[in-house]
Write a protein that binds this ligand. Sequence first.
Ligand code: ZN
Length: 324
Amino acid sequence: MNLAKNLRMKNLSIISHKIALYQDTPRGHPECPERYEAIKNRIDGDYKNWIRVQAPCATRKQLLRVHTEAFLNYIDEIVSGSSKPIGLDPDTWAGKSGVEAALRGAGGACLAVDQVMKTEEGASFSAMRPPGHHAEPDKAMGFCVYSSAAVAARHAQKNWGLERVAVLDFDVHHGNGTQACFWDDPSLFYASSHQMPLFPGTGEMSETGVGNNIVNLPLPPGAIGKDILEGWKNYLLPSVLDFKPNLVIISAGFDAHKDDPLGGLKMTTEDFGTLTKLILEMAHKNADFTRSCRIVSILEGGYNLTALADSVACHLDTLESFKV
Ligand SMILES: [Zn+2]
């Protein structure tokens, strides 16, 4: 087998669940069921090479690898004690349906890991909402209840014995939650491009974790795709390659799109395809070390419905068509 010279993603899956169609945020909230509906309308009936898999709920054991028991109990108590969604902070809501969606978001991310581990070359995309990368071990925030990417990374280590897992995050917001979960563990790596200043306020270049396992690239409002792509090509991706991950998890937020209402970065739909290609080229080089090329991609943000659906389609097209 010469994986590095014959790479093509053969094992493709999309993970979803209809619970993401339930409204558990207030009307007018940007993190809404219509996001999921827009993606489903765009990809259903197409993408025939991708198998469809239902997102399961994450187990308590999976969540406890990242979150504190007190936090999990707190969320359980809120859900069992109220018939209506409760505001956990001004942006983040927890009700019965919303928490089940978040549980299936984290469980779907773990299932995506299981899917790609079936072969040496595979990609799996979880279309679940709400996002997860702002949720810290003991705190829900920024629309996020459970830290799905971090839960999936730990699942890959514990269930599949992978040594090193990297999360690559191109959401317009910094993934403070993933960073907090990875901060003192050199077997985990977090690379992020994001707008600064912007919520949540973290993500300075000086935030480097232990042994430089955190790499942040803050960008000023108005930065265009070329700036962001060059940042990934020249700074973030070489750092990921040095880490030699056994698995790459993408925190795929599409709110750095120029039409997004929450961010001020200016990526085009096509830029997301180019960035996906750059990540795949890095993963191809990395296959020289690891003899595998496995990509898990988890939906994070993206709040202009048309831009979101188009960008997800461009992301999937690139994952499917990439070959060397
Ligand atoms: Zn975001």
